[in-house]
Design a protein around this ligand. Sequence first.
Ligand code: CP
Length: 313
Amino acid sequence: LSHFLSVEKLTTQQVFSLLQRAQDFKNSPTRPEFTREINVANLFFENSTRTKLSFTMAEQKLGLNIFPFSAQTSSVQKGESLYDTLLTMSAIGIDLAVIRHPQNTYYEEALNQPNSQLNLGLLNAGDGSGQHPSQCLLDLLTIYEEYGGFKDLKVAIVGDLKNSRVARSNMQMLKKLGAHLYFSGPSEWFTSEFSEYGEYVEFDQLVPQIDVLMLLRVQHERHTDLAQEQAFSAASYHQKYGLTISRYQQMQEKAIILHPGPINRDVEMASKLVEAPRSRFVKQMTNGVYVRMAMLEAVINGRQMGGFKCNKR
Ligand code: CP
């Protein structure tokens, strides 16, 4: 892979080999030796705790040179475009840029400039409501560790579907891997896009049947309908669509709960359940480091194998 932008075009074989590589990293302290020093910068134009820190940890474990970048103190504040920011980085010697950006497919413009001299690999750390490939892979690894596969697993994705890049990446990949998908939460957030991947089922009907319950954060920052946002009640959401203690008790013994974080406690799930036996919230964050190592390695290898450009420095 010369860039890691989306899970949409990944084959199941590529996914399994990334998961295998992540498990290798998790189970062994050895790290790959690259033929030369590799320089990376993390560009976050949207807030993040897990993804940013965990990419940084992954980069450190791989022995990459990490160059600090802050959108707030960069020349982006003087109006410099993303493309010109990346061109600057590429000219200075940065090889990889990990980017989170509020605009869907922000990378298209940067990668499709005519006569471009840009020479760096991009890893998408989340684009608007589009894709979140590293979150998808860490969710897959967490499910794989539990069930050893995906075929015929019943997976429910519940909550703020419309705004969720986590839902989009996961539904595309889980369907390809043979899981059965169900959606729930406020029905107005279940648009026709989702019905291609699975059916909408009332939350209380789903809870006792599913193997994996993937809860989504209510993304207030992306809610543009002011009236709806003002009418939002955390208590009412929790009662209708949240994982309450009583719903938790109705889940199958072996079922697991995922949440990408950050969690709105007592909204998507009862605060007391965040670290409950069926919750894999902490494990997901740990797994994030190892899948990001696998993603970085895939792009590094892809660019070294893929052409002379990456080797010329
Ligand atoms: N899951 C996730 O993307 O979390 P952060 O926004 O904290 O990175």
